[in-house]
Structure formats: structure tokens, C-alpha cells
Design a protein. Sequence first.
Length: 397
Amino acid sequence: MQTKIQNLPDGTLYVPDTPTIPFVEGDGVGPEVTRAMRSVVDQAVKVAYQGQRKILWKEVLAGGKAYQEQGEWLPEATIEAFRTYLVGIKGPLTTPIGGGIRSLNVALRQTLDLYVCQRPVKWYRGVASPVKKPEHVDITVFRENTEDIYAGIEWEAGTPEAEKFLRFLQEEMGVKKVRFPETSSFGVKPISRSGTERLVRAAASYALATGRGRLTLVHKGNIMKFTEGGFKKWGYEVLNREFEKEIATGKLIVDDCIADAFLQNALLKPEAYSVVATPNLNGDYISDMLAAEVGGIGISPGANINYTTRHAIFEATHGTAPDIAGKDIVNPCSLILSAVMLLDYIGWSEAARLIEKAICTEFAKGNATADLAKFMENGQPMSTSAFAASVCQEISE
């Protein structure tokens, strides 16, 4: 029986009726949100397709559980499973203390070259928001996922490597602007034309395919003229070269915005933005700030995607929250909504809409975990498992 999702030559996916989906349950609250997500997805798939389709879940290890069982934070078998089965999902992972891998999330993104971090942000009726008109917030962020400072090229102050790098800057490059050279750490911020072009191309294609029609390049090119300035320059070049007709006919409207101005504008006039393409660090700030406008990262989904190989890992965007792990109170919606993205990605949109509709109904009733319910009018705090069960019941009705 064929269970592997495949990338076809025409760029589409072949998805069997029983695809194998690797998953990492995650650390801390990870097992709780993963259980909730799987129960909701299984119910939606069952109802949407009358039992004709089913996801075959395949657990793979990463993080604390992997280290405890195998002595490795990120086993090669896990990377190979995501590579083989193309599409997967994961809960939050802890960052190892000490040397070695800086971030398991970053390691997965870079190893599989998942160059797009896609973060859709929109408001659900009933969820409290700090902005006056949260219904105007409907923005999808395309964050570059493999370059910028997340490349991890840096040297600690006082080390021989930092001293060597300083000598190179001063003696070979003629740099005189390091204010406190003896006590400075150094980092390198690579941003390339190739990395920029593939990100902006993916963002523009998404804007057109979803009927959004507006793409904003967000950068800090006024200060970092050759890195983030390069992002802006190369972004416009690829858009004018490959989307000339769509821009000329008004199907795709393109503009750009300085990052700090965008952060202000997104609060004052979020309706001005639809799809955003931005370098890695900006995207980190922007996506979390936007999530706060609609209720927080507890209901913010995310995906890491390579639109060429079609590899994709969907993920909870929040941390492991060890202080509440095992208490059955964590909000599972980030991972559940990430699974909605996964279902849309593989073309099972009927199941995706069932989940989204059920969550909307629950929120409208005031049903949510305590983090959201305490701010809702007529909020009814629910446990993680009870909320997932209520969503499943809503799907069935």
C-alpha cells in the first residue's frame, strides 16, 4: 500500500488516501498539544471523507525524549523520516543547554532547507484582542528561514576566534568603527540574492494563488544597505522579472516598508497588509507581534516549507512551557491550526475547514482554555483535553 506523499514533476503533490505523517510530540506541553491535535485531525478526516481517508501517524524522536532514549537531541533517523515522507508536524522542542546544536528548530530548517517560515495571522471572533478592530488583521508572513543571523556565525568576546576576526576587520578590511574592540563579540549576517529570490517568489505565488494580491517587502535597508537593502533590491528585481504581467494588470500590488515603520503600521492600519516577505530576524519579531494582536502565539500556527522539494514541517509556534506541563491546561490551538495548514497543503481542505469552523464555533460560545477564556465575554475555561473533545464533537454535528 502506497503511504508516501510524493512531489510530482509538475510541482504538485501526490497524496495517497492513507499518507504516513511523521510527528514529533515535543517537550514540556508537547505531548498534550500533540494528543489534542491528533484527535481533532483524525475526527475531521473521518467525517470529511466518510472513512475513505486516514492519516497514518508515525512518531519520530527529537528533543528531550530523543536524548533520553537515544542519547541524541536530533537523531538522523528523524531527519530521514521527514525527508522520506515529505510532510510532517511537530510540537515545541526544548533548546539544548551547552554546546552542540543551538536550536533544534533551526537545525531542522537548515538541514532540510525549509527556506520559508509561513505564519498566517488572523482573528477569530470571540477572542479578546488589544487592538480595536482585530477583524482587520489578516496577514500571512513569509519569513526567510535559513539565512540572516540564524546562520549562527558568531564569536564570543575574548576568544581567540573573536580576536582573529577583529584583526581581519581592522588590518584587512580597514574597519575603524568597532567602538569597544577588546570587549566585543562578533556575528556575521549573510543575506543572499538566491535566498531572497526564492522566498519572494514563493510569497508572490502564494499571494496570487490565494487571491490576496498584495505583497509587502519588509526590511531595514535604510541602515543595513547591502544585506537588508539587498533583500529589497533583489526582491523587486525578481518580482519585476517573473511577475511583470501580474503587476502590470494589477493582479499583484507590490510595495515595501522599513521594519520599524511596519511594526507601527501593523498596529494602526493592519488592513493595509496582506502578504509580507521579510528576512529571518525581522520575521521573528513581526510574526509574534502580529500574533499578539489576535490573541497570542497560543493560537498562532506555523509551517516551515521548501516550495521546490515540497518538504514541509508544520509546528506549534510557542515554547515548551515546562511550568504547566502535565497539568492539562495548555492551549492546543497553535498545533491544531498548524495541522489545518498541513491539511490544506496536502489538498485535504474539506477536513481543514471542518476544524476551523469547529474552533470558530467554540470560541464564539466562549469555550477555550483558560489563557483565552479569562479574557472572553462569558468565557468558559476548559482543560486541554476537554477543549479538544468539544471541538471533535462540534465536527461530528
